[in-house]
Design a protein around this ligand. Sequence first.
Ligand SMILES: C[S@@+](CC[C@H](N)C(=O)[O-])C[C@H]1O[C@@H](n2cnc3c(N)ncnc32)[C@H](O)[C@@H]1O
Length: 177
Amino acid sequence: MKLLYAFLAVFGPLILIKLFYAVGTVMALPRTKGALFVSTSRRKIRAILEALSFSPETKLVDLGCGDGRFLRAVYRRYGVVGEGFEINPWAYFLARFYNWLARCPARVKRRDFMKEDLSRYEVIFCYLFPDLLLDLAPKLKAETKPGTIIISCNFPLPGWTPWMVLEEDDPIYIYRR
Ligand SMILES: C[S@@+](CC[C@H](N)C(=O)[O-])C[C@H]1O[C@@H](n2cnc3c(N)ncnc32)[C@H](O)[C@@H]1O
């Protein structure tokens, strides 16, 4: 019995975290169309923030913000207070928790970005899978204003012509409306 308690004390929190992650991922799957919670590497984020520059007033959003790392990076570097939408409960929890730890004022909402009006943003960042980008591309055409910058990690936006492509091997597509 003692052994069981010891096991639960050591591994219980880990098992709970894994369970939360698995349930959150399965719950979100119908809407994420396969887009799992996988984070953009810090190297890629650095490359984006070196190629583009923003003012603190820039209206920026991360569509499917995961743990919110892009929002924190852009706040640290340019003082931009961005917004993020995330439907996976585990990723949402992490984003809120890390933002709190880092004292980052970025706003993260647990909502489906496909139901949001995207016309207010000047910079839109995403790292989503091709099936979802097929739905998102026409929404962006319909809602964004001229001059809006859209950054898509790894996968191109169908029907859009990139303004810049960073890191050819593992590309980051940048579009300008
Ligand atoms: C590949 S991850 C990228 C995370 C983060 N943007 C990054 O680059 O580190 C994609 C995220 O989008 C979220 N997602 C997918 N579809 C969504 C939707 N319709 N609304 C909100 N979040 C969504 C997923 O839950 C997942 O966490």
